[in-house]
Design a protein around this ligand. Structure first.
Ligand code: NAD
Ligand code: ZN
Length: 396
């Protein structure tokens, strides 16, 4: 559009982009007879060498099977192994990916890189792909619980920089994410509980059925590592594992879709993420993200109960179910009112000057508050201290 006036001319452009991406349940992904991984866009025919980035844990545990899979299908692959875990979420690792794409001569569209690993490598590769040649598609195969239910649904990529989490990043969802819960068989128990923290949050904000499933089967799911029971064994049926993961993904997708670019800062998925970011950073490396999120879920429920928004009985259930999932309700840093108030101030800055605090009105329902007071925070910190004292000494 061209406009002109006596003082000069200007040219305004307006364009729209439809964003569409898919998360697909793909069990038995590494079975050589399963075509799913080989039918990822760009694999068939003479489309050139594909870059496959492997999490180092995935390389150690599944590297041989992955190589056999692609060899048997005559897919030319250049592998790159990157370390998982937060301290490796750096711009240097993203540039390693770019170097690999360059060395292989990856095209803009026809051979999207594939990343198989936890949330850290998924975020690193996602960022690299979004920068390479101004952005190419990629395909994700998340291999931790947290990555399957959270990162794998998200549109965001990023690396940590300058002492801040995800300071460099982009909104660029890979067009395809493949979910195979068989990978969870090898995920350390604590990492599974970490993923449970995010599922717990999702259940609390919008899905009572998911909450009830967690209450009944959550502990068993972690113990069985989300795998089907073997023949003749008792345990959690695989259908429950599928339902829990499926509901968590669907809930996340439903919340993200209308607000993908986060223009609306009243996000119920931010439940559990209001006070925890600073606590988590201060507690590093003691607390994992999902563990801190679960504590924030409890803390926020304390505030809601104090206001009379949430029943005392529901509050007790929330704490009890967190416990069954092996998630502690509190940490000494959550009893430190100065720190929690600082965390809230930080969050207010992030939410453009308003609290926008998601709060439970029941299990499975939220409202938003903008007027939580310093006195309420102090009171909630005192309640957190009581919860901490109420735990058996060996669980603290
Ligand atoms: N993009 C987003 O919107 C979004 C959303 C949520 C979280 N995240 C990010 O995700 C990251 C956390 O992801 P994470 O919890 O997967 O951590 P992670 O990637 O560090 O994985 C945890 C550990 O498990 C190992 N691992 C991966 N798969 C395995 C398997 N199948 N068996 C055994 N070990 C395995 C990894 O090597 C690592 O040591 C954080 O950096 C967070 O910021 C991003
Ligand atoms: Zn989170």
């Amino acid at each position: 559009m061209v406009t002109s006036s006596r003082h000069g001319r200007s040219w305004r452009l307006r364009s729209e982009q439809i964003v569409e991406y898919e998360i697909v349940d793909a069990p038995g992904l590494l079975d050589p007879d399963n075509p799913a991984l080989a039918s990822v866009p760009g694999t068939a025919g003479r489309s050139g060498t594909r870059v496959v980035v492997l999490d180092d844990a995935v390389e150690a545990l599944y590297g041989e099977r992955i190589r056999t899979y692609f060899d048997q299908r005559d897919v030319p692959v250049a592998y790159l192994v990157l370390p998982g875990s937060e301290e490796n979420k750096t711009v240097e690792r993203a540039l390693d990916v770019v170097d690999k794409l360059n060395a292989v001569g990856t095209n803009r569209l026809s051979t999207p890189p594939l990343v198989i690993g936890g949330g850290v490598v998924a975020d690193v590769v996602g960022l690299a792909a979004s920068l390479y040649r101004r952005g190419i598609p990629s395909v994700r195969v998340p291999t931790t619980l947290l990555a399957q239910v959270d990162v794998g649904v998200a549109a965001k990529t990023g690396v940590n920089y300058g002492g801040y989490r995800n300071r460099l990043g982009s909104y660029s969802p890979p067009p395809l994410t493949l979910i195979d819960r068989e990978f969870l068989a090898t995920v350390p128990e604590r990492q599974l509980r970490n993923g449970m923290g995010e599922i717990f949050k999702m259940a609390l904000i919008k899905d009572r059925r998911l909450f009830d499933l967690l209450a009944e089967y959550g502990a068993g799911l972690v113990e069985a590592r989300f795998q089907d029971p073997g023949p003749g064994q008792d345990g959690v049926p695989g259908t429950v594992a599928d339902e829990v993961i499926g509901r968590a993904i669907a809930g996340m997708a439903e919340e993200l879709e209308p607000n993908l670019w986060e223009k609306n800062l009243r996000r119920s998925v931010d439940y559990g993420h209001s006070f925890s970011p600073l606590v988590e950073m201060r507690a590093l490396p003691e607390l994992l993200h999902g563990e801190a999120v679960a504590m924030d879920c409890v803390f926020s429920a304390v505030v809601a109960t104090g206001r009379g928004l949430l029943d005392a009985a529901d509050f007790t259930t929330v704490v009890e179910v967190a416990g069954r999932l092996g998630l502690a309700p509190a940490h000494p840093l959550f009893c430190d009112a100065d720190l929690v108030l600082e965390a809230l101030a930080d969050t207010v800055r992030h939410r453009d000057g308003r609290q926008n605090l998601p709060m439970l009105t029941a299990i499975g329902e939220v409202c938003f508050l903008d007027d939580v007071t310093e006195a309420e925070i102090k009171q909630a910190c005192a309640t957190m201290a009581d919860l901490l004292d109420a735990r058996p000494a060996d669980a603290r």
